[in-house]
Design a protein around this ligand. Sequence first.
Ligand SMILES: Cc1cc2nc3c(=O)[nH]c(=O)nc-3n(C[C@H](O)[C@H](O)[C@H](O)COP(=O)(O)O)c2cc1C
Length: 149
Amino acid sequence: MEIHGLVCNEMVSSKAICYEDSKTLAMLKSVDEKPISMQIFGSDPESMGKSAMEVSKLCDILDINMGCPAPKVVKNGDGSKLLTDLGLAKAVIQAVVENSSKPVTLKIRKGWSNENLVYKEISKIAEDNGIKAIVVHGRTRQEFYSRES
Ligand SMILES: Cc1cc2nc3c(=O)[nH]c(=O)nc-3n(C[C@H](O)[C@H](O)[C@H](O)COP(=O)(O)O)c2cc1C
């Protein structure tokens, strides 16, 4: 039996795709491995919808990042910061699912902190709004990449 893996790219910014950076799309277009899951991040539903339309043409699965803990990402409200605003997270999910021509999946953390564990709520929102699979990074944003939990 032949076994096919799944190639995943590193997350790309929806704002970069929409506004500034033709290089980002060119880089994504140059990937010729398949099947491939491409991951986008951002907290503006409109930019996320537009990038979903573009990036889904290039991949087999489109993944939304709601797990990244990096300060430069969360300071813009992106990545794991979305776990602190489930209304906005839902709007992002809806915009991406509506505009993607490919199945959409979601990467999350358990929550922002142990006082804010939202994995059950966000999973329900995701399921109700057309997300086909969820990957949970089993740490909170506060735990960053620590080995203790
Ligand atoms: C340098 C670095 C870059 C990462 N980039 C991404 C990314 O682009 N998208 C993503 O979903 N996860 C990303 N991750 C998170 C990993 O995919 C994984 O969820 C995380 O490291 C937890 O696995 P562990 O418990 O084995 O460390 C990154 C992690 C590191 C350390």
